[in-house]
Design a protein. Structure first.
Length: 606
């Protein structure tokens, strides 16, 4: 919802008189000052009030609460078309608010903002409002009373109007206007009843927002994940006020959610800084934000995690980290997989909210894959076009010392299901993404998986094989489409092409189809020879058709892996001498020739 308003203009006398007649003055104003204000005429009130603000005990501002080189308000700067304009406004206002030398420029900046129509429910304008509130006390020493009262009245009005906002739908604007704005006004001006009364509204709004927007363990819903940094920023600034004023504190449930969110933010942090699914140019700001959040709501384990993923090895502690690296929330529609707490870790974040499936894969500081994992599916020569499509649902999650495994599924057409799995191996450093299409009998299937590549990598395709390499600028990953023969010559079952920074894996089959993509994330193996091939799967001493069950063997250097998928009801089958009774199986070959399972998924009969 967007509302455009033109702010009313008030004379200083009218504003002061309204404030006085409504009994706006209160403790902690000294009794003598209240008495003096009651005897002043309208022109004297501003002089007395601004003089009081200039000499009262200093209330800590942003620079004292967060002694960083970057302005903490920029933590909540969302990516918009007006980003540079908003950032410039905040920087200039912060620098000039205490400077009499820049008083004219400051007044011009604020008057232009006050006189222009405002989209009061837009996050950019909301952030400007919050910036004005943080500097309002300092502005009393540099701008005119006329402008100051207009600005104060406007901010109070915006805080009151924010009651129309829904925190669960207008995420950032709602928390800036309904939470931080009134809290900042109540914090800086307890002497005014009109601002002090906002504190209960702010506390209630913030308490409800954290509980409603987080999953019980601090994770945002997938639809809000791009706003993780901006939301954590506004809640952290609010939490810093609460650290100063015990009377301004959200409830215990909100505090617990904030502390959990600090941990979840570390899980969502890219090595060296920046949050997954967010703009990559905010790494430095996000590092400051994480440090501030840990100081306010973190624990010792959070501090160790931050050292591991953000600091140099020389500054790392040798203490063990007990915080799990990976997390999955069905309520949030989110899964986060991470090989270890390290700047060089491999990590994958997956959202499966509604019909959208966003992923981000990174290795160290390099983002390799980022965006919506889309599918083009043709059944019997006809595009499905979403007919009968349903939302994604999580059907399996496993996390142990070997790997993380997430499986989701959805109906993509009447009688046709798409199952998608992600397996991130911790020790073997590979990611296996696999689509399984289960359609009606005797239905020809053409499936194209569109993998969005990051702009941080370049792509090299082999001339004779279907292998694809990602470089940044050196080799960081190799992609192997296991469902296609290794060699391009004579291939009729599909293709792997790159177009407009998308890798398109096309594969065809009948009735049921398994489409696996093996992504090697070990640079140490980048120069080693590799090969893969499809294996014969036996049942009752006969080989089964590829729409019944399939198996693959992958070899890179001396390392080998076995992958198996049953496409119908699991029954005892064998491949390479391994007897299997499961739906999905991935294992590594040991030097002895035996296999060690990484994951084995049984069919859910519920």
């Amino acid at each position: 919802m967007t509302a455009t308003t033109s702010p009313p203009k008030h004379s200083p006398a009218a504003a002061n008189e309204v404030a006085f007649r409504s009994g706006d003055w209160q403790k902690p104003l000294p009794k003598k000052t209240i008495t003096a204000l009651s005897r002043c005429d309208s022109e004297e009130i501003w002089s007395l009030w601004s003089s009081y603000l200039g000499r009262r005990k200093k209330t800590k501002g942003l620079e004292e609460l967060f002694p960083y080189s970057q302005n903490p308000l920029l933590w909540s700067l969302n990516v918009t078309l007006e980003q540079e304009e908003i950032e410039s406004f905040i920087r200039h206002l912060h620098v000039r608010s205490r400077s009499a030398k820049h008083a004219a420029a400051t007044e011009g900046l604020l008057e232009n903002w006050l006189d222009s129509p405002m989209e009061t429910f837009h996050s950019s304008d909301a952030l400007i409002s919050v910036a004005c509130a943080w500097t309002l006390a300092d502005l009393s020493q540099t701008v005119s009373g006329t402008l100051w009262w207009r600005l104060k009245d406007r901010l109070i009005s915006m805080a009151a109007d924010a009651l129309q906002l829904e925190a669960t739908t207008q995420h950032l604007a709602a928390n800036l206007l309904g939470g931080e704005l009134p809290l900042v006004l109540a914090y800086f001006f307890p002497e005014l009843k009109s601002t002090s009364d906002l504190s209960s509204l702010a506390i209630e709004f913030l308490s409800e927002s954290l509980v409603e927007m987080l999953d019980g363990q601090g994770m945002l819903r997938a639809s809000s994940i791009p706003l993780l940094g901006p939301l954590l920023g506004t809640w952290t600034r609010c939490r810093s006020i609460m650290e100063q004023e015990a009377r301004l504190f959200w409830d215990d449930d909100a505090e617990q959610q904030y502390r959990w969110m600090v941990t979840q933010s570390l899980r969502m942090c890219r090595p060296h800084g920046g949050f997954m699914f967010a703009s990559s140019d905010k790494a430095r700001k996000d590092c400051d934000l994480l440090k501030a959040a840990i100081d306010l709501g973190g624990n010792k384990s959070d501090q160790l995690v931050a050292e591991a993923i953000l600091r140099s090895d020389a500054n790392r502690s040798d203490k063990p980290i007990r915080t799990e690296t990976s997390y999955q929330s069905e309520w949030a529609g989110m899964g986060v997989m991470r090989s270890k707490w390290s700047k060089k870790s491999r990590q994958l974040a997956v959202t499966y909210d509604n019909t959208e499936n966003l992923i981000e894969l990174s290795k160290g500081r390099r983002v390799l894959i980022a965006g919506d994992l889309q599918v083009q599916l043709d059944l019997d020569g006809q595009a499905t076009n979403g007919l009968g499509a349903h939302d994604w649902e999580q059907v399996a999650w496993e996390s142990d010392d070997d790997c993380d495994y997430l499986e989701i599924e959805r109906d993509v057409a009447i009688g046709t299901r798409l199952q998608r799995s992600f397996l991130l191996s911790r020790r073997d450093h590979f990611l296996l993404i696999a689509d399984t299409i289960l359609a009606n009998e005797n239905t020809p299937i053409s499936h194209t998986l569109h993998l969005p590549l990051s702009d941080q990598v370049t792509v090299d395709s082999e001339q004779d094989t279907w292998e694809v390499s990602l470089k940044a600028p050196h080799m960081v990953s190799r992609l192997l489409p296991l469902g296609l023969p290794e060699w391009k010559t004579g291939t009729r079952t599909g293709s792997l092409t790159i177009q407009r920074r998308r890798l398109n894996l096309q594969q065809s089959g009948n009735s049921r189809l398994f489409v696996p993509l093996f992504i090697d994330l070990s640079p140490k193996r980048s120069k080693k020879k590799l090969t893969w091939r499809r294996l014969a799967v036996g049942e009752d001493r006969r080989n089964v058709a590829p729409d019944v069950a399939v198996g693959y063997r992958v070899q890179i250097g001396d390392e080998e892996w076995l992958i198996y998928r049953s496409l119908i009801e699991p029954t005892p089958r064998s491949l390479l001498g391994q007897n299997l009774l499961c739906e999905y199986h991935v294992s590594r070959f040991l030097p002895s020739g035996d296999v060690e399972p990484l994951i084995e998924v049984q069919q859910d009969h519920d």
